[in-house]
Design a protein around this ligand. Structure first.
Ligand code: GLA
Length: 755
């Protein structure tokens, strides 16, 4: 990893329209080159002060990429004349393009100044290179919130900070670029400071903008809905704009803050892939625009729709971090780079590098219908089978016997849990099991003591009825007193019993986004202030209770984003626990998120979402490439299924180190052929690998399927746990192995060990 800075004088000849002849000119530029192992990211401040994008892609030995700027071909260059400045602005690749001064493409920054004008002219003012990576923070009136972001020690990363300045408003923008040791990943962020003497409203502030020199790419996004999250969508880039975004207040079931721009030929192992992911959990946009000159501009950041932020003189706004990954070896390598980056530099806490406890969650087992004896009986049976933690889901607090009340009243319902929470937890602990609990801290039920005391704490627009969703409303997390109240309630529960896991849920999206505590001029800040409030509370939770394993969740997988991963090492992937649907959900999620982060449970059949019945073994194999656990009434499932659990747990324990820390290879593509799937996880030292094949539907009159393995060391020999045969890695990868199963919804896992 390296960041180099060079001053380069380039000579050009170009036609000067005013003079009517060719004129020679030169441009002194400062070129910044960030190099990782196999990728390079280059940008240049040209003599006029414009900060231009030069190149992002495969690393070459030639460090001087400034020739790519081709200023001589531009109809205008600031050095020659100003006759066609607007054309220059709309043609030049910019690093942080601004709105209003001739660049009509998607911009990174748009403001409204004291005169109500929206035009900007940012120019280069200097740079700094530091070891490591600075943290990102947002100062608010009553606290400072740390933004989720990747982190690194001084030896693990280098950061370039480039300062841009604006004359007429006094705005200063510092762009941050980090390159990481051993990873083809770069991050970007920006801090915008008002150094002028009048308020400035930010109307749009992107985290990244990249100008590609071509339109010959495909655009990949992750879209879905409840119980069907992160379906891969891939289409050719076309003229105009294509985007994935959210305006729901969270990253959402429907969209994920991920996008990839890949070459048309890109598949798992070949072609170029640029992956982008926003470390943010609120409204976002990721938009690719093919321009009039058949180039592509990509921008990613907070969704500018319904957003503004007033910067008083002296104050700053920090945009969330964008992660950029490059691979010249296909989409699979792109994903593995994301996985490594997040496992090493985003996920935190004591569970970062350790196996998570095997849990049993009572949601699908009991829904709201439980008491302490029921939970204890599940725990007792589960313990005998090797399960390590009981998670008590929704329904333990207030008067909650259905989903229509009590959110906000986080005190134990002693009609249900007789003798209180601590008594139950102690009994479960005495079995040798940990205890976890569910909260939905951002919500308020209209039928709750909290709402009766503080109706204005629900997000609402004066004069409009409260739109309920699942009969609930959203708390105004921009208000510190609201967060403090919920925090003290959570603390009372956590301090009262030995809680070792929390599931933090969020079961509705935002409407009527207005705060009774904000002035009219600042109402459009609420979407972002809300997310900052969530981050503030999750930071408090993870700092004050570092031993608690946090799992984020949102109606299933509506908040599976890198922002959440900064706080919780795992996220509930989907409410859909059907093992067939999970193949798609987990495949899509693995585009940029590691298996170690995917909440995955074996549930009962017929499946509660789909009514489908699959083999217990297959349900286990699919859940094993996630955090693993059970979500069923273990006292009531069939004896045959129950008998399988101890061996399943043994397998999970054996393979989890490889799944959690190794390299993932997607061998099947369930989106293209939904009759089978296969994947491999290979240990980093390639000494062993776990291969799983899932036969969704059997085929008549075919004997077997031949599947080529991937990621093995071609020069080592591996023994198959299934056949005992030993073959070189090269053979297993070139020729493949035959797998044959009988029946539908079956699976097989094979362990390969180097001999
Ligand atoms: C959401 C979650 C579920 C469960 C319920 C409880 O839907 O995704 O796992 O916790 O809420 O109400």
């Amino acid at each position: 990893m390296d960041i180099s800075v060079r001053s380069i004088k380039k000579d050009y000849i170009k036609w000067d329209w005013q003079a009517g002849k060719n004129v020679p000119f030169s441009d002194e530029m400062t070129i910044f080159t960030l190099t990782s192992e196999k990728a390079v990211y280059a940008l240049a401040a040209i003599e006029s002060g414009h900060l231009c994008h030069v190149f992002f892609g495969r690393r070459t030995d030639d460090e001087d990429l400034s020739y790519l700027l081709r200023l001589g071909e531009n109809p205008y260059t600031p050095k020659v004349n100003e006759r066609e400045m607007a054309t220059f602005m709309d043609n030049t690749p910019f690093e942080y393009p601004v709105f209003g001064t001739g660049d009509y493409r998607e911009s990174a920054l748009m403001i409204r100044d004291k005169n109500g004008c929206t035009s900007l002219d940012l120019r280069y003012a200097g740079y700094e290179i530091t070891d490591g990576k600075p943290i990102l923070e947002q100062k608010l009136e009553d606290c400072t919130v740390r933004l989720p972001a990747t982190y690194a020690e001084d030896t693990q990363a280098k950061t370039l900070a480039i300062t841009l300045k604006e004359q007429h408003t006094g705005l200063e923008v510092v762009l941050y670029y980090t390159v990481f040791e051993g990873l083809d990943a770069f991050t970007r962020s920006a801090v915008i400071t008002n150094k002028g003497d009048a308020d400035v409203d930010i109307l749009r502030a992107m985290s990244a903008a990249i100008d590609f020199d071509s339109r010959e790419y495909d655009f990949i996004t992750l879209n879905g809905s409840w119980a069907r999250e992160r379906v891969i969508e891939r289409s050719r880039l076309h003229k105009g704009k294509q985007a994935v975004d959210s305006i729901k207040g969270e990253s959402s079931h429907q969209s994920n803050p991920f996008a990839a721009i890949v070459s048309h030929n890109a598949d798992e192992s070949t072609g170029e892939a640029y992956g982008f992911n926003l470390v943010y959990s609120g409204n976002f946009t990721a938009c690719a625009e093919v321009t009039q000159f058949d180039r592509t501009r990509f921008v990613m950041g907070i969704n500018p729709l319904d957003f503004s932020w007033t910067l008083n003189p002296g104050s700053s706004f920090t945009v969330p971090e964008a992660v950029m990954v490059y691979s010249s070896e296909g989409i699979g390598t792109m994903s593995r780079t994301f996985h490594d980056l997040y496992r090493r530099h985003l996920i935190r806490g004591i569970y970062k590098d350790t196996r998570r406890p095997i849990l049993i969650n009572n949601w699908e087992a009991t829904y709201f219908n439980f008491d302490e004896e029921k939970l204890y009986s599940i725990a007792k049976q589960a313990k005998e089978l090797g399960i390590e933690m009981l998670v008590m889901d929704d329904g333990w607090f207030g008067k909650r016997n259905s989903d229509n009340c009590s959110l906000g009243d986080w005190y134990v319902n002693e009609d249900k849990l007789k003798g209180g929470l601590a008594k139950l937890v102690d009994r479960v602990n005495a079995l040798g099991m940990k205890f976890g609990i569910w909260f939905e801290p951002e919500m308020i039920s209209p039928d709750s003591d909290l709402f009766r005391a503080h109706p204005d704490w629900a997000i609402q627009s004066p004069g409009l009825p409260l739109t309920r969703s699942r009969d609930q409303c959203v708390l105004d997390y921009s208000r510190k007193e609201v967060r403090d109240c919920i925090w003290s309630q959570i603390k009372a529960i956590v301090d009262n019993a030995n809680i070792e896991y929390i599931k933090w849920d969020m079961n509705r999206q935002l409407t009527e986004v207005c705060s009774s505590a904000l002035p009219a001029s600042r109402q459009r800040e609420l979407w972002h202030r809300y997310v900052l409030g969530v981050y503030d509370l999750q930071w408090r939770l993870t700092s004050e209770y570092p031993h608690i394993l946090l799992e984020n969740c949102s109606g299933g997988g509506a908040r599976f984003d890198p922002g959440m991963l900064f706080y919780s090492p795992q996220i509930w992937t989907s409410d859909d626990t059907d093992a067939v649907e999970r193949l798609k959900i987990q495949h899509g999620t693995s585009m940029c998120y590691p298996a170690s982060a995917m909440g995955a449970h074996v549930s009962d059949c017929p499946n509660h979402v789909l009514g489908r019945s699959t083999d217990f073994n297959m349900r286990g194999d699919v859940a094993m490439v996630g955090t693993f656990g059970y979500e069923l009434d273990v006292t009531r499932i069939s004896q045959a299924d129950r008998d399988e659990i101890p061996a399943q747990i043994e397998r999970f324990k054996k393979y989890n180190p490889i799944v959690r820390t190794g390299d993932q290879y997607r061998l099947g593509n369930i989106f293209e052929d939904n009759t089978w799937d296969a994947w491999m996880f290979v240990a980093k030292d390639r000494s062993e690998a776990v291969f799983t094949f899932v036969q969704v539907l059997n085929r008549p009159n075919y004997r077997s399927r031949r599947i080529r393995l991937a990621g093995l060391d071609p020069d080592r020999k591996y023994r198959s746990s299934q056949t005992g045969e030993i073959h070189p890695g090269s053979t297993l990868m070139n020729c493949g192995i035959d797998v044959m199963l009988s029946g539908d919804f079956k699976s097989a896992t094979i362990h390969f060990t180097a001999v």
